[in-house]
Design a protein around this ligand. Structure first.
Ligand code: APR
Ligand code: PHB
Length: 395
């Protein structure tokens, strides 16, 4: 058994855990990051791809935005499609802000490279993690690998281990309230070797179900189809996928997604989920371990970034000046933003998807709402200001 000491033990090397570890390092705070999977796995996993302007600013301010500035695609708006016609939502005109398309795994690669260049302690394929003593002064992370257990003694533990992690389960019974909503559909996503045939993302309403046209780079397109939540991907040949994409996305003006080699396909479930509070004793949750949003509003990675921004600031204030106030209000501060993002993600999802077996009244109401949004500058501005990201709260 080996014994280690650190100020902050971080479980999980996704965007939340890596960014937290880096932000803490910038404040002179030591951390150890424990990750169950390999470095290659973390760097290759295809996930979200839209960064709010606040997330871009955070990455730039933290000195890890160089490749993002070079390779990220600036998007000044999105397009909403209805009845085969695309309508632009001009973010810059409506809010003065834009978003940047840059894959989550690229953010992860940049952060890992930077942590390692700064001699950060990242432990991939770490083995089985458990935590103890979160209501004591010195909580511990136990890491069991090949029958050997390492003990990591911490001042604080950050649970950045995603939705399926172990940290949320370490809260004593009865402390957490869970708020959840599942949706009767999923997304079938493909990554395609094809230059985007359109500059901006297209969110398309269609009687057969929602479709999204997105991209990752000047050579790679990302597309999604609303599908059953338990859709069997083996039933979707490439031909079937393209036929369905064309049915839903092709527009009256002749625009259609360009086909190419499908590099990857998969089905993702959709849910909204929040736990409250995000803190118990010396354990703090951040990112997907505390909340999940349906991907329609592109908020997942941005919420993770906001959580660790608040957490690193709060820990910074504590270590530098002994001021505990921001750490005490961490949960409350994060939850204000989390619930606004939950509301927006739920709203975008409800606005654009087909709800099987819903009353005809609701279908008509949904169409009226879409037509209203598309015709009202006030409604479009509300959509735009949420999509580009609400301002961060001052702590
Ligand atoms: N021990 C160690 N590591 C673990 C454990 C465990 N028991 N359980 C999970 N992990 C790791 C996972 O392997 C993963 O690398 O924690 C990491 C969590 O990363 P993410 O799931 O990417 O979560 P987070 O960093 O909060 O980022 C949120 O991910 O799902 C997307 O849309 C979401 O973009 C958002 C982002
Ligand atoms: C993506 O490119 O993966 C993407 C873009 C926008 C979304 C969701 C996913 O709303």
């Amino acid at each position: 058994m080996a014994r280690f000491e650190t100020q902050v033990g971080v479980v999980g090397a996704g965007p939340a855990g890596l960014m937290l570890s880096h932000l803490l390092h910038l404040r002179g705070i030591h951390s150890i990051v424990l990750e169950a999977k390999s470095r290659a796995y973390c760097e290759e996993r295809v996930r979200a791809g839209v960064l709010e302007h606040t997330s871009v600013q955070m990455l730039n301010d933290a000195g890890v935005g160089e490749r993002l500035e070079r390779e990220g695609l600036r998007h000044d708006g999105i397009e909403l499609g209805l009845n085969g016609v695309r309508h632009r939502v001009p973010f810059v005109e409506l809010t003065g802000k834009y978003v940047t398309v840059y894959g989550q795994q690229e953010v992860v690669k940049d952060l890992i490279a930077r942590r390692l260049a700064d001699r950060g302690d990242l432990r991939f394929e770490c083995g089985e993690v458990s935590i103890e003593g979160i209501d004591s002064e010195k909580p511990r992370i136990l890491v069991n690998r090949d029958g050997q257990t390492d003990e990591i003694h911490c001042d604080y533990i950050a649970g950045c281990d995603g939705f399926h992690g172990i940290c949320r389960g370490a809260f004593p019974e009865g402390v957490l309230s869970l708020y959840e909503r599942s949706y009767p559909f999923g997304w079938l996503g493909i990554l395609v070797e094809a230059a985007p045939s359109q500059k901006e993302l297209v969110y398309m309403h269609h009687p057969r179900g929602f479709a999204l046209y997105s991209m990752r780079s000047p050579k790679i397109t990302r597309l999604y189809l609303q599908c059953k939540p338990d859709e069997d991907i083996r039933e979707w040949s490439d031909d079937r996928i393209w036929t369905e994409l064309h049915t839903r996305l092709n527009c009256e003006d002749g625009w259609r997604p360009v086909e190419g080699r499908i590099l990857q396909k998969g089905v993702t479930g959709m849910r909204s989920f929040v736990v409250e509070p995000l803190q118990y004793g010396r354990l703090f949750l951040a990112g997907d371990s505390a909340h999940i949003v349906p991907p329609t509003g592109a908020k997942g990675m941005n919420l993770a970034m906001a959580d660790v921004h608040y957490l690193s600031n709060a820990l910074g204030a504590l270590y530098v000046t002994g001021d505990e106030r921001n750490l005490k209000s961490y949960s409350e501060t994060c939850l204000r933003r989390i619930w606004k993002a939950q509301r927006f993600s739920w709203w975008m999802t409800s606005l654009l998807h087909r709800f099987e077996n819903e009353p005809a009244f609701d279908r008509k109401r949904q169409l009226a709402e879409l037509e209203y949004v598309l015709s009202s500058r006030a409604a479009l501005t509300s959509l735009a200001e949420n999509y580009v990201g609400l301002p961060l709260d001052r702590q």
